[in-house]
Design a binder for this molecule. Structure first.
Ligand code: ADP
Ligand code: ASP
Ligand code: MG
Length: 425
């Protein structure tokens, strides 16, 4: 029996009962002969509560202190989980990200893991312990400051440790039975996916399916670590995310034409109004944004009105970066030369993902027909080889997801998808 990494999300350890339930599950894996490394998130909505608290104290807290604050959440859950395991008669030791050897760059609030040196974890395992690691945190290589990996970052911690420790599998335990064809909180008839390729999962995750963080899937693909996403509340087999289809019975699970529908309401749209329609303008705008270390998503440039020679450029970005982007653009207003800025945070994005899109020409047309039948107006469009995304009004998102899900025949005719816990925050 090899080494397994198990990651438990916030909803799985939301209260003392949850921690005790998870502890039992971990001990089972150990009793089955595995070496067990556990990555744990902060309890319930702790991280959100800490963010709310910081905002009450300062509207723009310094990144270093913000990270120091947020990492406290995972410290609480890791220590409690180790205590609960000891209470069941098994040895466990908890480690911060830094103690576990999670080394990152120094970009606070969204640091990237650049190395993992899990010497202390190895020692703890060799001594017969279960190792509990605080997710979502690391230590910067140059300044030795505490960093966080961005919201949902415990998924990445788990896969990074699985890769560094050469684990058999990385199990991600959450509050639903696996990856579904759409968010079960929005589509009651969503179907559980038995197997999904890294590529399709990467697109779903990048498009807002927060059941797995996209950086975690990127990492898993790079190091070829199979991920098993499953519920910590049921004993059901979940979804396998890997490079090759898994066997089920004596058959291989087939690659689906369409994997699923994702949605995202965490982005905002900025429109730069009245930009001169000449070479170099887009470059100046997006250099300004990138110098502020902000990642953007979609872009659209309108045709310029012939009479004025001016155009508008719109782009989407995480709402959390909205203030920073507006400030950066305003500061460089003279350099760019625009009239005004418009900020709109009442938008949502719907994406259809599937490798089959490459070879099935009707997919795009059916997608737009479904949206039009549902009376949903489209504001922006972007595509990749295996994804098509549109931006709509935030109010239309749930209806649009359900319409597209039905139109592509993804609705299940049996059990409704179960959501065991969590607040969906
Ligand atoms: P955790 O606290 O375990 O990290 P998250 O809230 O980050 O849990 O992720 C689980 C949630 O992801 C589910 O409760 C569900 O609402 C949401 N979700 C979004 N898209 C999907 C999908 N395609 N399949 C399953 N869950 C999804
Ligand atoms: N606790 C962090 C968050 O809520 C990290 C995680 O749960 O993965 O984003
Ligand atoms: Mg998560």
């Amino acid at each position: 029996m090899g080494l397994v990494v198990q990651k438990y999300g916030g909803s799985s350890v939301a209260d003392a009962e949850g921690i005790k339930r998870v502890a039992k599950r971990i001990v089972e894996a150990k009793k089955n002969g595995h070496q067990v490394v556990v990555v744990v998130s902060a309890m319930g909505d702790t991280t959100d509560e800490l963010i709310d608290l910081a905002e009450q104290v300062s509207p723009m807290p310094a990144g270093r202190e913000f990270d120091m604050l947020l990492t406290a959440g995972e410290r609480i859950s890791m220590a409690l989980l180790a205590m609960a395991i000891k209470n069941l008669g098994h040895e466990a030791q908890s480690f911060t990200g830094s103690q576990a050897g999670v080394i990152t760059d120094s970009v606070h609030n969204k640091a990237r893991i650049i190395d993992v040196t899990p010497g202390r974890i190895r020692t703890a395992l060799d001594e017969g312990n279960i190792a509990i690691v605080a997710g979502f945190q690391g230590v910067s290589q140059d300044k030795k400051d505490i960093t966080t990996l961005g919201r949902g970052g415990s998924d990445t911690t788990a896969v990074a440790l699985a890769a560094a420790l050469d684990a058999e599998v990385c199990e991600i335990y959450t509050d639903v039975d696996g990856v579904f064809t759409a968010d079960p909180r929005v589509v009651k008839k969503a179907k559980k996916i038995d197997w999904i390729s890294f590529e399709d999962m990467l697109e779903l995750a990048a498009s807002g399916s927060k059941v797995l963080l996209h950086r975690c899937v990127e990492y898993a693909r790079r190091y070829n670590i199979p991920i098993h996403v499953r519920s910590s509340f049921s004993g059901l087999r979940g979804t396998w995310v890997s490079s090759e289809p898994i066997e089920q019975g004596d058959q291989k699970v087939e690659q689906a034409i369409i994997s699923g529908v994702a949605h995202d309401t965490s982005e905002a749209k900025i429109t730069v109004v009245g930009v001169p329609d000449k070479p170099g303008e887009a470059a100046t705008i997006f250099r300004t944004i990138s110098d502020a270390e902000i990642n953007i998503d979609m872009i659209v440039q309108n045709v310029s009105a012939a009479s004025t020679g001016l155009t508008d450029i719109s782009f989407t970005l995480p709402k959390t970066e909205g203030r920073k982007a507006i400030d950066a653009l305003e500061k460089n207003k003279a350099g760019i030369g625009f009239d005004s800025l418009r900020y709109d945070d009442q938008i949502g994005k719907i994406s259809l993902v599937g490798a089959g899109m490459k070879t099935n020409p009707g997919v795009t047309a059916s997608f737009f027909e479904a949206l039009s039948d549902a009376g949903v107006n489209i504001e922006l469009i972007s595509t990749s080889e295996i994804r098509i995304s549109v931006v709509t009004r935030a109010d239309d998102v749930a209806e649009a997801v359900r319409a597209v899900h039905s139109a592509f025949g993804l609705d299940s005719d049996s059990d409704e998808a179960v959501v065991y816990g969590g607040t969906g925050r």
